[in-house]
Write a protein that binds this ligand. Structure first.
Ligand code: CUA
Length: 339
């Protein structure tokens, strides 16, 4: 029985260590977390296998055989055995708890030269504010190899700020500020996810984090702090509009062929110029589109539930950016009319 248990444990541990449980390791924290997870597997798989081996063996070895009568001998306690089966698990669990605490203490420790990022969760979007750089963004952009201190807030209900590639996850709780630390150590684009069921649009509460070199990050900060993505001289309004459409996250929920977007959470924006034109009797197409961006519940398209689209675009975008976006969305119909 012992031999079967040992062999099965070794096979079990080897299989579990082969499985790639987690996505890319994108931060210094993720390496420590993944090692911790491997240690937990190595400790827990043999215990599971041992218990199962004894249980299955006992079912067969001590089953009622033909001619057996009654329940067998009654056994009342075994002090030695009880001390052993309390002490050993107690020591294993305590050792793992101490190891876990040491790892957590290390990865959450304050580090020099931290970049502070305020993260705000609301139904159903994340927004990011860099207080020292005086930059606001709907896209999380981080320089590689610099420790980041996230201060996390929620405007309405519980959310949970999670970047699986960084391994760190923290609740966003209305009324208090929670925080977490991460040092991204690999350039790339990863997902920001909300990990707390927060309402009808919970599954759409996904954005991107872009980890870039510190030179690119400085350039990004400089570009953002100089008036955002409003059209610069020489840049076509269409290109500027397309850029805002993507950076503000519209592509996460809407279809728009020109911007390569094909999401279906919100109305198809390829049909927008036609829809807007039919409303032109009361208000202009521009006013309708502008209102739908800053106050999305004012007039909801049939078939799409109210309260799904974030209501913070007036804070996230400058009036010029919203104007550029409106012109972009009305795109072709507008150009034709003005001819
Ligand atoms: Cu926010 Cu789920």
């Amino acid at each position: 029985m012992l031999l079967i248990g040992v062999i099965a444990s070794v096979i079990g541990v080897l299989i579990c260590l082969q499985i790639d449980w987690f996505p890319t390791e994108g931060s210094t924290q993720s390496e420590e977390i993944d090692t911790l997870y491997d240690v937990l597997l190595i400790v827990s798989v043999p215990i599971f296998v041992l218990v199962m081996t004894i249980a299955i063996y006992s079912v067969f070895a001590f089953r009622a055989k033909p001619g057996d009568k009654g329940d067998g001998a009654h056994i009342h306690g075994n002090t030695k055995l009880e001390i052993v089966w309390v002490t050993i698990p107690f020591m294993i669990v305590s050792a793992l708890a101490i190891y876990g605490w040491v790892v957590l203490d290390d990865i959450e420790a304050k580090k020099p030269n931290e970049l502070v990022v305020n993260v705000t969760g609301e139904q159903f979007t994340w927004s990011f504010d860099y207080p020292d750089e005086k930059v606001k963004s709907n896209e999380l952009v981080l320089p590689v190899d610099r420790p980041v201190h996230f201060e996390i807030h929620a405007k309405d209900v519980l959310h949970s700020f999670w970047v699986p590639a960084f391994r760190m996850k923290q609740d966003a709780v209305p009324g208090i500020t929670t925080n977490t630390r991460v040092t991204p150590n690999k350039e790339g684009t990863y997902e920001v996810v909300c990990a707390e069921l927060c309402g009808i649009g919970h599954a759409t509460m996904r954005q991107q984090v872009r980890v870039i070199s510190s030179a690119e990050f400085d350039k990004w900060v400089k570009d953002r702090s100089e008036g955002g993505a409003a059209p610069e001289e020489g840049e076509s309004p269409m290109a500027a509009g397309r850029q805002i459409f993507t950076s503000a996250g519209c592509n996460a929920c809407h279809t728009l062929a020109d911007a390569n977007a094909n999401a279906q959470v919100g109305p198809d924006l390829d049909e927008l110029p036609d829809v807007a034109a039919t409303r032109e009797k009361g208000t202009s197409a521009e006013d309708y589109v502008q209102e739908s961006i800053v106050d999305p519940d004012a007039l909801v398209v049939k078939g799409f539930p109210a309260g799904t689209m974030p209501k913070n675009f007036a804070d996230q975008l400058t009036p010029e950016e919203i104007d550029t976006l409106v012109q972009y969305l009305l795109g072709e119909s507008k150009t034709e009319k003005s001819k």
